[in-house]
Design a protein around this ligand. Sequence first.
Ligand code: 13P
Length: 329
Amino acid sequence: MTSNCRTIAERLTAPGKGILAADESIGTMSSRLEQAGVEPTAENRRVYRELLATAPNLSDSVSGIIFCDETLGQTFSDGTPFPQAVLELGILPGIKVDTGAKPCRSARREDHRGTRRSARSAGEVRRHGGGFRQMARGVRDNREHTYPWAIRANANALGRYAAACQAGLVPIVEPEVLMDGRHNRGRCRDVTAEVHAAVRTELELLNVDLAGIVLKPNMVLEGQDYPDRPSTPEEIAEATVSVLRAWPEELAGVAFLSGGQSPERATANLEAMQKHETPWPLTFSFGRALVSPALTAWHGDPQCYADGQAALVSRVVANAAVARLRVAS
Ligand code: 13P
């Protein structure tokens, strides 16, 4: 089973490819549809996800698509279940299993994601043809200090989830320091390093095979309300790679979340990362930075279906091109 995980993880982070996160929860997806002027029905969420998954030549740049639980049970308009349809397109289907942010009871002011049970068991995901799962745990760092308890609780949950997944599925392990707040880049670097250290400890204790996971971290940059000059791509790349260097060589790969950055900024930062020699591939697992332009271009208008797909393709092609620039050490 572990060698299967290694093969899937390698495929997910193959040179010049990345992951498309189309896994907004029903609530988040509904409010994004409403903002775009689209009625937030299950059918419109399905149509939108099919638009994304069937964008022309997507599999040239995208190795896997993460869906939410609802999509896993839906079908393409020809009746083929999403996971099977995506596999037939040459893309690995995966599922997000965290169920949203909840306050940590013991630390009150931290966010702690997904304390409820994951929606689907590993066996069920495999039966649906899924090859991987994703779980995120977020830490909000816009207060004076971050609570060690919340970091440990989140790290432990990620470790237990990763160990359970590796009975045949690749865990995408997503420790996220949120961009909310006024903190500077140095503060983000310190907290991200602390969070990663806690996650590594748990993964080691639980014997998780790092060659069979994909790490999905935030990039190290200032909070979105930081009042000073925004960091340059070179500064972000330097800070991010310096934190990542603590990860062993056997880690299968790193696929960044976009975290609320503009699509262009996320791509520029990913490009700057590639100038650093690393033992693991650095690629994308973006959500908003890939799908927001597609939603805006489509906005529920059947006449604009192809425009929505073209907007997505233009972002994935740009990101795949920079992921291909990797310098391996
Ligand atoms: P963003 O790229 O929008 O931060 O989303 C990534 C993600 O993990 C969605 O599951």
